[in-house]
Design a protein around this ligand. Structure first.
Ligand code: ADP
Length: 244
């Protein structure tokens, strides 16, 4: 069964009397455990699509089935609850709260748990992205790559089955971007479904499948013949422990 299924999805924005068709009838489905890159020129409808399948916005027409449930007709509150359980978001600009520590930023989406359980989960999430030693640093005290890893820890805190990245490497140099992609691949190997918008063809080659959009339509849907595997600096330098 597909975890994400969209059927003839349409979205039209209205500004005054002007209608802007951002999505003009898009259909595809994603199975659990896929790693999908979303590509396409600026204005092709990628953000509009991600907002809808991320349960941040509603389509004008068409259906969106998320993990067996019709998400196109949910109330705002029900959509927010589904989003919180099913999807972790990672954005280009990290979107961390500047005055809060890595630990508190990671804790933010925690809703359905006791305090003790939440704190343990936040610590584990930060450890899983290699930041166990940076719990009490604020974003300003962290590098860009570390900030993005905090954002990934925050996305993981509720253990959602789906991770969405909106150009997650867009603000990072290529070595640091590579580290972030390595984490996405590790999460995918562990069973998470990953969807990621990217402008960079070589980043997209780290996915298993590429959906290309143009003018609000799905232009192509291809599987990646030879998926690139991101090797981190840590792994490249050999044994690991004393790598740096
Ligand atoms: P992409 O993410 O591929 O750059 P978008 O989904 O942001 O594309 O935009 C698709 C089209 O919809 C563009 O023509 C854009 O100008 C328009 N658009 C996007 N968001 C809005 C909005 N909130 N109001 C009006 N038009 C919008």
């Amino acid at each position: 069964m597909a975890i994400i299924e969209v059927r003839d999805l349409k979205k039209t924005y209205k500004i005054g009397s002007v209608e802007i068709p951002a999505l003009r009838g898009v259909s595809f489905s994603v199975e659990p455990g896929e790693f999908v890159a979303i590509m396409g020129p600026s204005g092709s409808g990628k953000s509009t699509l991600m907002n809808i399948i991320g349960c941040l916005d509603r389509p004008s027409a068409g259906r969106y089935i998320l993990d067996g449930r019709d998400a196109s007709r949910l109330s705002d509150a029900a959509r927010a609850a589904v989003r919180n359980r099913k999807i972790g978001f990672v954005f280009q600009s990290f979107n961390l709260l500047p005055r809060m520590s890595a630990f508190k930023n990671t804790l933010l989406p925690m809703m359905y748990s006791t305090e003790r359980k939440s704190k343990k989960a936040a610590r584990q999430a930060l450890e899983s992205v290699g930041l166990g030693h940076r719990l009490h640093h604020t974003p300003m005290q962290l590098s860009g790559g570390e900030q993005q890893r905090v954002a990934i820890a925050r996305a993981l805190i509720n253990d959602p089955p789906i991770i969405f990245g909106d150009e997650p490497t867009g603000n990072l140099d290529s070595a640091t971007g590579n580290e972030i992609i390595a984490i996405f691949q590790k999460l995918n190997q562990a069973g998470k479904t990953v969807m990621m918008v990217t402008h960079e063809p070589d980043i997209a080659q780290h996915a298993k499948r590429i959906l290309r959009f143009r003018d609000g339509l799905l232009e192509s849907d291809e599987s990646v013949a030879e998926q690139l595997i991101a090797v981190t600096i840590h792994e490249r330098s050999g044994s690991g422990k004393n790598a740096d």
